[in-house]
Design a protein around this ligand. Sequence first.
Ligand SMILES: [Zn+2]
Length: 163
Amino acid sequence: MKRSWIKLYIEILDDPKMGRLQDWLWRRAIELFLLAGENGNDGLLQPVMDLAWRLRVSETELFQGLTKLEEAGLVYRQGERWMMLSQSKLLFAKYLERREQWSLVRKVLAAVVFLRDGKVCVNCGATEDLTIDHIIAITNGGTDDLRNLQVLCRACNSSKGAN
Ligand SMILES: [Zn+2]
C-alpha cells in the first residue's frame, strides 16, 4: 500500500481555528493530520486505541486533545471514531485537487516533450522505457519549464542520478 501524506499550506498559520490552539494542541492537530493522511483521504482517524499507541500517549490524554480539537471545530465524532474536519478537509481537498491538476499537467508536458524530442532517449538513442527527465532536478531548484525537460531512457536517467 502506498503511504499517503499531507501537505500543509501556509494559510494554516492565519487560520484562527489553528492559530488559537495551545502549543500542545497544535502539535496534536498536526499529528492527527498526518495519521488521518495515513488512513485515507476522507479524514477518518484510526480507532482511539491505535492513535494513542502511535502517538505514545494515554487514551485519556488523547481523548482530552480530541475533545479540545472538537471544540475548536477541527474534528468531530463519528460513533467510536473521529474525523478530521474543516481545516483538514479543506487542506485535503486542496491537496487532492492540486495533485489531480498536477498529474494532468504532467501528462500534457510529457506529450509535448515527446513531440519535440521524438520518442527517443536524447543521450543514447534508445526508443524503449522512456522517461521525462528534469535536466536540473526539482530538488536542485529546477522547474517544470519545457526547457528543463528532456527525454531519457530509464537507464540513462538512473545513471544520471548516480552522478
Ligand atoms: Zn538512454
